[in-house]
Design a protein around this ligand. Sequence first.
Ligand SMILES: Cc1cc2nc3c(=O)[nH]c(=O)nc-3n(C[C@H](O)[C@H](O)[C@H](O)COP(=O)(O)O)c2cc1C
Length: 250
Amino acid sequence: MGNIEDYRQFMKSMFGKVGISDQSRGVSPPPIEAPYDHEAEVVLLPEVSRDVIVRPDLFDCISRRRSRRDWTADPLTIDLVSFLLWATQGVSEVLAGGRATLRTVPSGGARHPFETYVVANSVAGLDPRVYRYLPLTHRLLPLFEMNDQRREDLTLALLGQRFAAHAPVLFVWSCIPYRGEWRYTLAAHKTMLQDAGHMCQNLYLACEAIGAGMCAIGAYDQESLDAFLNLDGNDEFAVYGAPVGHPKER
Ligand SMILES: Cc1cc2nc3c(=O)[nH]c(=O)nc-3n(C[C@H](O)[C@H](O)[C@H](O)COP(=O)(O)O)c2cc1C
């Protein structure tokens, strides 16, 4: 685990200690989207549209932003989920012949190290499943079914935070650390967490804009959440979560 000094060191800039990266050695970059079976059935997401916006004033969205944890029984719609995925990881430009992307959120060196897992408990138009977002084509890759037992496993992985595991939708963001390390070696790790903050703040503001609500989730059991998502815990692991629903308090 290291000691507290190691952790303080981690918070400081490592850009003076990048050394020789795989990029500077001429190694090809890792894929910008985690590989998947291209024969697999995927779900096309509705085209992103500003029609879902109910609060168009940015001032209102910023001033109302709160963490919300209490949901009505109303499902989210697939149009809202589509908008939120675009707002957090949507690709706006593919660069360098497919070697990098620009998205709706910034990322140090445009490394975009995250994958998004969508736990759909109650979304009109989506089977209750866990999906992976495919940002290059704005589609969902179905992974496995959600059921009561899996929701209980997820609640435990989130340290008893039932409101998160049972939310209409829970986003879990994983990190593929090599995407950042390939360019920045040691300096990548702080940068990737800074990236996570930008992404999550976009989700907070996007939720306010569509009349939904969310809560950032940083408290979870690493091994259990990785096991839940079938992540190996080393080359890919969970870093952050966010349940979304229609909030009871407005
Ligand atoms: C990095 C981070 C991790 C958080 N983790 C949790 C969490 O696991 N559970 C929770 O209920 N709230 C969590 N929160 C929400 C904070 O408790 C909340 O932002 C704080 O109390 C301030 O309230 P506000 O967001 O409504 O302004 C987290 C927030 C951040 C930014």
